[in-house]
Design a protein around this ligand. Structure first.
Ligand SMILES: C[S@@+](CC[C@H](N)C(=O)[O-])C[C@H]1O[C@@H](n2cnc3c(N)ncnc32)[C@H](O)[C@@H]1O
Length: 170
């Protein structure tokens, strides 16, 4: 488990609900959904509360694990310390096969590497939801939610700039 990060930051339940709502628009409740790095389980709780019945996540190290089949969707918030760990989790998820992905990521994921940007575009990156700074008070890193819809190739990405109220912050 050497890849476990030291800063164990959990996603607030209201933000988990927002990510799961993105999933609910397109993914049936019986589909195989993967949460790669569940931590304390807030995202798993949000998936369960939304009625997802076929959710898999690793009992230990994500990098030593495979889901039972090809996931239809992936939803999560990987560790960000260092950022490269978040990129590795996202890349590994994409290796499981084409899937609808809703992932909380560092903003720079789409800006600090041309090859990663092209890879994400090829995987079907459609939307970047830029999270307001006030979502994580005191945290210096800018966060976004990447939405990947397999089988699509966007000429232009959709950039959403929601307010915390629109995101449903409690
Ligand atoms: C940013 S937290 C988010 C947790 C959860 N996904 C959520 O949304 O609340 C990232 C979590 O990944 C876990 N983690 C770090 N490295 C991991 C690994 N190699 N395999 C599985 N989980 C890991 C950490 O324990 C941490 O709880």
């Amino acid at each position: 488990m050497e890849e476990f990060n030291v800063v164990d930051f959990q996603t607030p339940p209201w933000l988990c609900r927002h990510l799961v709502e993105k999933l609910e628009k397109v993914i049936p409740k019986s589909a195989l959904v993967v949460e790669p790095t569940p931590g304390a389980g807030n995202m798993l709780e949000a998936l369960k509360a939304a009625g997802y019945t076929n959710v898999e996540s690793p009992p230990g190290n994500f990098f030593d694990w495979r889901p039972s089949g090809k996931p239809v969707a992936v939803v999560g918030n990987p560790p960000w310390t260092p950022n490269t760990l978040a990129y590795k989790v996202l890349d590994r998820c994409l290796e499981f096969g084409p899937a609808f992905v809703v992932m909380l990521m560092p903003w720079v994921t789409v800006t600090n590497s041309d090859s990663r940007a092209q890879r994400l575009k090829a995987a079907g990156l459609q939307t970047v939801i830029s999270l307001p700074r006030s979502v994580f008070p005191g945290v210096r890193l800018n966060a976004c939610v990447l939405v990947i819809e397999p089988g699509t190739q966007a000429d232009y990405l959709t950039l959403l700039l929601p307010t915390v109220e629109e995101l449903g912050k409690e």
